[in-house]
Write a protein that binds this ligand. Structure first.
Ligand code: PMT
Length: 404
């Protein structure tokens, strides 16, 4: 694993029974050529001694924020700058909660706030603590801030429970750390994503729309930026903050989304249509609020432009990916859309299942190309987005190579 050679790895150890595995982790990281410095929280020292980790790392172990001796040598800001990566293994539920809240109440949290280096967490805790909504909410916040999550694995736990919460093994963690130094798959690639719903005005106070929250599209934008892409997010109305390093263009209607997408042609190499675009809009938008004078009313609708089809037909056609949101015959309709809209790839999403469809935090999809299909099992939209971006990047790069 030459990527770890001469790398500065700051290993944070927090309080949990898996802290004993940190000793083995230090040995593995050093075997691969890394220079390792260790920071321990007060709780970690209840499980393993600083002396053990000092002997294995060959460097003094840092344990307190305001230690005059350390500040005279390698102080906390120097440590934050020294690190090429901060790996926290094990990361306890309490530590993740403090990190998610931006606390700087000990050396390790302060380092995480101060460092420009990537941060990776290897969670380790009881399965009930991992599944608890508070922990899951903290995990989502941390992933949204581009903190990497290594694991946890599922299996038998020290307390006798069985489930997710086991820390990954030392060699797996070393491998995941090495991958952080791989050049990023989409470095410099221009990528446009549509996300969220569109709103089609009936009058100044009413509109036609759908249940899309934007979560899936925003997660894709974040994952693409993490993979090095320059991302433009064309977003319908949502309540979500714009991911870091992403340029957002806010639109309301399908017509506006179409215009923004067409304006991106020429500069865009990959286009992902994740938005739930209204297929029809009222032919006229009333100038004033419509009064309820009659027992019934009719609204005449006209077809909206099909944005992803227009992108796929464009003279400067990017690598084009669509989504298919279906409530029945998912794969049949997805294959039809792949062909009819002339797409490179389509992501089939069963929106009849409320745990994975509109506005859900999870998703499960099947990705189809003309050459085959691949399913991704249910997981958080952020994690699923990272896997989808990897698949998209691989297909994009191999198509580019075939074209050479
Ligand atoms: O936003 P979330 O709450 O996280 O939910 C995610 C999602 C369910 C919206 C997302 O995963 C998803 O499936 N998005 C596609 C929704 C959709 O409109 O699917 P469709 O099967 O109707 O459309 C097929 C494709 O054509 C889509 O890529 C769509 O963006 C595109 N399209 C559709 C109509 C239109 N006028 N222009 C388009 O570009």
């Amino acid at each position: 694993m030459k990527q770890l050679s001469n790398r500065h790895i700051l290993l944070g150890v927090t309080g949990g029974i898996a802290a004993y595995k940190s000793a083995e982790l230090i040995r593995r990281l050093k075997d691969h050529g890394a220079d390792v410095r260790v920071v321990m929280t007060a709780a970690a020292m209840e499980f393993i001694t600083p002396l053990t980790l000092q002997a294995l790392s060959g460097n003094p172990v840092h344990t307190t924020l305001l230690d005059p001796a350390a500040e005279a040598g390698m102080g906390h800001i120097e440590l934050a700058r020294w690190a090429d990566v901060i790996l926290i293994a094990p990361a306890s539920a309490d530590f993740m909660a403090r990190l998610a809240n931006g606390r700087g109440d000990d050396l390790l949290t302060t380092l995480c706030l101060a460092t420009p280096a990537p941060i990776a967490l290897a969670p380790a805790m009881n399965q009930g603590m991992w599944r608890d909504p508070a922990t899951q909410a903290n995990v989502n916040i941390l992933v949204e801030r581009s903190i990497h999550l290594f694991g946890p694995a599922a299996g038998e736990q020290a307390c006798g429970d069985v489930g997710p919460g086991r820390m990954l093994e030392a060699e797996d963690l070393a491998q995941r750390c090495a991958e952080l130094f791989n050049s990023r798959l989409l470095d410099g690639v221009q990528l446009t994503i549509t996300a969220g719903p569109t709103r089609e005005a009936i009058d100044p106070v009413r509109y036609i729309s759908n249940h899309s929250s934007g979560k899936m599209g925003y997660a894709l934008a974040r994952a693409a930026a993490d993979a090095g892409a320059r991302v433009t997010l064309i977003s319908g109305p949502t309540n979500l903050p714009c991911p870091e390093r992403v340029t957002r263009i806010d639109i309301v209607s399908a017509t506006e989304m179409h215009e923004a997408a067409m304006a991106a042609m020429g500069q865009c190499q990959i286009f992902i249509a994740c938005a739930a675009v209204a297929d029809y809009r009222p032919i006229n938008c009333a100038g004033q609020k419509i009064k309820k004078d009659n027992d019934s009313m009719q609204i005449e609708l006209v077809r909206n432009p099909d944005i992803v089809s227009a992108v796929a037909k464009h003279a400067e056609r990017p690598f084009t990916i669509g989504f298919a949101a279906e409530t029945q015959d998912l794969l049949h309709y997805a294959r039809d859309k792949l062909q009819r809209k002339n797409l490179d790839m389509i992501v089939a999403n069963d929106v009849a299942n409320s745990s994975i469809g509109f506005n859900a935090n999870d998703n499960a999809v099947t990705v189809l190309t003309t050459k085959g299909e691949q399913s991704i099992a249910q997981m958080g939209k952020n994690q699923l987005a990272a896997q989808l971006i990897q698949l998209i990047a691989q297909q994009f790069l191999s198509t580019k190579q075939e074209g050479l």
